[in-house]
Write a protein that binds this ligand. Structure first.
Ligand SMILES: Nc1ncnc2c1ncn2[C@@H]1O[C@H](COP(=O)(O)OP(=O)(O)OP(=O)(O)O)[C@@H](O)[C@H]1O
Ligand SMILES: [Mg+2]
Length: 264
């Protein structure tokens, strides 16, 4: 008998995950499991509960009930910082960069995010800090360069001067520099035209080739946008998961079609 060692284990599992805001169940008993190294798409019309789901995975909201397991450990009740340290890093639906800071400065925030508090001791060791800084800057630029070499060569540019797609690339690079095991992207293509959207989706697919163990959970409003990249998709509608499978498996599901027709 051959034993297969190359199966992938689940990195993140949610069970009966529920979030109630007053009388509204924004998320209703959602079970989801994402494997190591998988690109997973979370899709649904406006108000379906997608961002609320991210907010529970990252500790911004504490679920009303249910559990979130990251690598065999429940993260419910942990702070956003503890969850980030455990390897879950997100980007936001509206780009969150420091507009008056340069590309490099924004990126360095990502590399310093994963530092332990002991770093501050080294603040008094100038030479060590200087070499450390150079190393981090080089690492940061190497990551952003993979998206677009111009972003690395123009590292002193203020991010406020960049196009939306380049701002997203900086934001995603910053997240990558925090070395996530699970990268959460909340509508990364929001506000982009179809050609920019295609470029960005191509970039995200390439990320996975570069970091094969990292799992990526992408929220998208428009199902077709992630059709070519997500191995699995789950569809949310009014807080309930109504379908899951490959894009081809779910696209003709009558409930999914109805959810989209109802929403538009
Ligand atoms: N903090 C909150 N308090 C009360 N209601 C909330 C809160 N956050 C979200 N909601 C509600 O929960 C529901 C789900 O919202 P959510 O932002 O998760 O949807 P979404 O799927 O991300 O939508 P979109 O595609 O528009 O981003 C909505 O009805 C929203 O109004
Ligand atoms: Mg949202």
């Amino acid at each position: 008998m051959t034993v297969q060692h190359n199966f992938r284990k689940p990195l993140l599992t949610t069970t009966n995950l529920t979030m109630q805001f007053g009388g509204l169940k924004a998320l209703n008993s959602v079970d989801l499991s994402i494997n190591e190294g998988q690109i997973f798409g979370l899709i649904g019309p406006n108000g379906a509960g997608k961002t609320t789901f991210f907010n529970m995975l990252t500790g911004i909201y504490r679920p009303t009930s249910g559990d979130v397991i990251l690598d065999n450990t429940s993260i419910v009740g942990k702070t956003p910082a503890e969850i980030a340290n455990a390897g879950t890093i997100r980007t936001f639906q509206t780009c969150r960069l420091w507009d008056n800071m340069s590309i490099l400065e924004n990126l360095l925030l990502g590399t310093y995010m994963r530092e332990k508090p002991g770093l501050f001791q080294t603040l008094f060791q100038y030479t060590k800090v200087k070499t450390d800084f150079t190393r981090k800057a080089e690492e940061a630029l190497a990551v952003v360069e993979k998206f677009d070499p111009a972003l690395a060569s123009d590292y002193n540019r203020k991010v406020s001067e960049l196009s939306l797609v380049d701002r997203r690339r900086v934001e995603i690079s910053r997240a990558i520099l925090a070395r996530p095991r699970l990268l959460l992207l909340d509508e990364p293509a929001a506000g982009m035209d179809p050609s920019e959207t295609r470029q960005l989706m191509g970039d995200i697919t390439k990320l996975q080739e570069r970091y094969p163990k990292m799992s990526i959970l992408v929220i998208e409003h428009d199902m077709t946008v992630i059709s070519g990249m997500a191995e699995q998709v789950a569809i949310l509608n009014f807080g309930t998961k109504i379908a899951q499978g490959t894009f081809d498996e779910v696209k003709n599901n009558p409930e999914v079609i109805a959810a989209y027709l109802g929403g538009e």
